[in-house]
Design a protein around this ligand. Structure first.
Ligand code: GLA
Length: 562
């Protein structure tokens, strides 16, 4: 069972009107759907869509790079989304020629010049060509994921043998995306999720939101990144007006009400972060480093080396050996178990006794990890683990404060209390960084809820920058621009190495801050051509928690039913 308040057992809603899903002007939303449908008809020679689905991008408020380590994260869905129209043409019964023809999966985009169409065989076992980095890879991920899920449920054969599936001649998919690519707002997961939901409906299947979240998380790994499940889970389970605490193993989504006097702002750093293309030196390398850290921590706790090598996440090890997962204890253990600086491959394999790293990461069957090990020789473990455990604490504290707990009481745990005693302070005056002693220099004692949330965001950015090393100059500059403009807090959001910053401010000065950041950060970029002024509203904007995935009923006479 997931956490109380989770929505993982529900099904994706069938929206009965556009305003169930969108806050924007209904006419412009309806016009976008009309464009989608007419592009569909043009591309597929008059065929009409059978199903339309949408799934949004997300902004992560706090909890970066910890989902794949098993820790909860705190994102919200945003208004920008991907919409997908699908139809399935069936073979005519008794038509021998059609019977023998190979069924196809044909994919196109409303912006066909930028995102060229591609046709694949209707074959769920085909591999995704990760080297091509073609946008349709994510559509293929969604397509394959549906069949993987059926297999997991022991339903694959019966579905493949069904009269419907046997008659499939052509599956037609038309896509329109509004989530800026490479922006850290999860355009790829929005695409994967929208496609998966649309295909599920068009194939007359029904999965729960939890199943969809898990299957899309796994299927997106076909694209070459070993990402955790945050993006897909919030895209599927997001809700208007609510941020969510997303839990893993099992998946769940807890409502987190945000303070109503605060506004969240998003700014794009204009440094494009191509997650799949740079995965071997950024994202997937971090996944490898965390796993190596988990193995060495297990070894430190006396685990037999062969057993330690089976450990996958830092959480697994902390839950077993660090006071049932107490994060202060885990942070203390990191300092003892892991050396400062980097380990070389040779050190890990010989001195630490791990043997061939390729075997640990099953490189024969996992190309993503294979490339990481081929292209990197040094691995930082202590800093990465410190980030993970301290960030997991910050998520916990952020949620508690949103739920109304005083910042003074949001911090807890035996080691924390021990430090308080040593230093002679009340055990309710600190804020989690990686080092309980350090933060007593600027305690949260007496801080208001708003400042405390902002401070947690600030500490998160610092940790991403210095310990996880997933920031970049443009992101740091943008964080500073928001802070100088009067934001309470700001941090990179998503995987980093480019993409967006999320900032928080008092609602009544949001517009002023946007104007100021436009001046200090964007104007020079508009002038130099790094950013296009026509994209302004997609580069810097206010955001609020938006609805998650939905299926929209389409009627050829009346259009999208609203
Ligand atoms: C990407 C991944 C997520 C998560 C974030 C970093 O968005 O897809 O699973 O790991 O990076 O928090």
């Amino acid at each position: 069972m997931g956490a109380v308040g989770s929505k993982q057992h529900a099904r994706v809603p069938k929206a009965s009107k556009l305003s169930d899903v969108y806050d924007d002007n209904e006419n412009s939303v309806a016009a976008r759907y009309d464009t989608l449908v007419s592009a569909f008809k043009t591309q597929f020679e008059g065929e009409k869509p059978k199903t339309i689905a949408r799934s949004p991008g997300r902004v992560n408020l706090i909890g970066e790079h910890i989902d794949y380590e098993g820790y909860s994260v705190l994102p919200m869905a945003i208004g920008l989304d991907v919409i997908v129209a699908v139809s399935v043409a069936l073979k005519e019964e008794g038509n021998v020629e059609e019977d023998e023809a190979e069924a196809t999966l044909s994919i196109a985009n409303v912006d066909g010049e930028k995102y060229t169409p591609k046709e694949f065989p209707f074959d769920h076992e085909q591999e995704v060509d990760v080297k091509s980095h073609h946008w349709t890879n994510y559509v293929l991920c969604g397509f394959k994921g549906i069949f993987d899920q059926l297999k997991k449920q022991n339903k694959l054969e019966s579905v493949l043998e069904s009269a419907f599936m046997k008659r499939v001649k052509k599956v037609m998919v038309m896509v329109d995306g509004k989530v800026p690519l490479g922006s850290g707002l999860s355009s790829s997961s929005a695409l994967n999720c929208a496609v998966t939901v649309a295909l599920m409906d068009a194939f007359e299947l029904s999965f729960t939101k939890g199943e969809l979240s898990e299957l899309t998380c796994l299927s997106e790994r076909y694209s070459g990144t070993q990402s955790g499940g945050m993006d897909q889970a919030i895209s599927i389970m997001g809700e208007k007006d609510l941020a969510k605490r997303i839990d893993f193993n099992p998946i769940g989504a807890m409502d987190v009400p945000l303070p109503t006097n605060l506004t969240f702002l998003i700014g794009n750093s204009c440094a494009v972060s191509k997650k799949a293309e740079s995965a071997h030196k950024h994202y997937n390398l971090r996944v490898v480093e965390c796993r190596l850290a988990a193995i060495l921590m297990a070894k430190h706790y006396g685990e037999d080396i062969e057993k330690a090598k089976t450990r996958v996440t830092l959480r697994e090890v902390a839950d077993l050996y660090c006071n049932k997962g107490d994060l202060w204890t885990a942070l203390g253990a990191v300092r003892k178990a892991l050396n400062e600086g980097s380990y070389t491959k040779k050190q890990l394999e010989n001195d630490e006794g791990l043997g061939d790293l390729r075997k640990i990461f099953d490189c024969e069957n996992n190309e993503a990890f294979n490339v990481v090990l081929q292209k990197n020789d040094t691995f930082k473990l202590r800093d990465r683990a410190r980030h993970v455990f301290s960030e997991a604490r910050r998520v916990h504290e952020f949620q508690k404060i949103c739920e109304g707990q005083s910042p003074r009481y949001a911090v807890s745990g035996p080691i924390y209390e021990h430090w308080c005693k040593v230093i002679g302070l009340e055990p309710d005056v600190g804020v989690a960084s990686d080092d309980p002693t350090k933060d007593f220099g600027h305690p949260m004692y007496g801080m208001g809820k708003e400042d405390a949330l902002a401070k947690l965001m600030h500490l998160s950015h610092e940790s991403c920058k210095t310990q996880y090393e997933c920031s970049c100059d443009e992101l740091d500059e943008l964080v500073d621009a928001f802070m100088s403009a009067g934001a309470l807090g700001a941090r990179l959001t998503g995987a980093g190495w480019g993409g967006c910053v999320v900032a928080v401010c008092e609602s009544d000065i949001a517009e002023e801050i946007l104007a100021d950041v436009k001046k200090s950060f964007y104007e020079k970029r508009f002038q130099s051509g790094v950013a296009n002024i026509a994209d302004e509203t997609n580069l810097l904007f206010k955001t609020a928690p938006s609805a998650g995935a939905a299926i929209l009923h389409y009627d050829d006479e009346k259009g999208v039913i609203v």
